[in-house]
Design a protein around this ligand. Structure first.
Ligand SMILES: C[S@@+](CC[C@H](N)C(=O)[O-])C[C@H]1O[C@@H](n2cnc3c(N)ncnc32)[C@H](O)[C@@H]1O
Length: 174
């Protein structure tokens, strides 16, 4: 007899240190990330300690959002907050790269596959919340990587965007 994993209703597809969660141990969600790491963030300009605790990246499952280890239509809500900084901007050891990861050279292919996987594991009419910070790459360039049409999000100029999607039927490619 094979054991069946009972999944919570929500997937955080790349949880990092879970800073955006009100409760970073919220059991309504399954947290995944491709790394497991403790990241020092006690950064100061003068080299003195500010006493900041390290950030802990400890996913429930270490997995890649381009190949999610779940069957189709597993979750009601998926939140997708991928890295948004290019390697060239931060350098390999940049502090933000350490905390939030960085986009690879082939970022379009990676994010396209990430969107496709998030929608694959969503139940019909499930919701995808996408977060994007417009540091290096425009939101519009990223939204072009999925045929699903966004519903609403920030319409004014700002750097951090939250965009809401729902998994509906066939949709026209943008
Ligand atoms: C912007 S951070 C997420 C921050 C998080 N939402 C928070 O509240 O702290 C992006 C995360 O995506 C992870 N990541 C990057 N590529 C990934 C991939 N292919 N699969 C899974 N996680 C990935 C990074 O390790 C990083 O922790």
């Amino acid at each position: 007899m094979s054991a069946q994993l009972i999944l919570p209703p929500i997937l955080d597809a790349c949880c990092g240190p879970r800073m955006m969660w009100f409760d970073s141990a919220d059991r309504r969600a399954l947290f995944i990330d491709k790394r497991q790491e403790i990241v020092d963030r006690d950064w100061t300009k003068d080299g003195k300690s500010a006493g900041r605790k390290p950030a802990v990246v400890a996913p429930d499952i270490v997995a890649d959002f381009t190949a999610l280890p779940f069957t189709d239509e597993s979750f009601y809500l998926v939140v997708f907050d991928p890295p948004h900084i290019g390697l060239s901007r931060t350098g390999r050891n940049g502090k933000f790269r350490k905390l939030y990861g960085a986009l690879p050279i082939d970022w379009q292919a990676v994010l396209r596959a990430g969107f496709a996987e998030c929608f694959r594991v969503l139940k019909p009419h499930g919701t995808l919340i996408f977060k994007w910070a417009e540091h290096s790459i425009k939101l519009s360039a990223v939204l072009d990587l999925t045929p699903h049409l966004p519903l609403f999000g920030h319409r004014t100029v700002r750097s951090t965007h939250w965009v809401c999607f729902m998994k509906l039927g066939e949709e026209a490619a943008p």
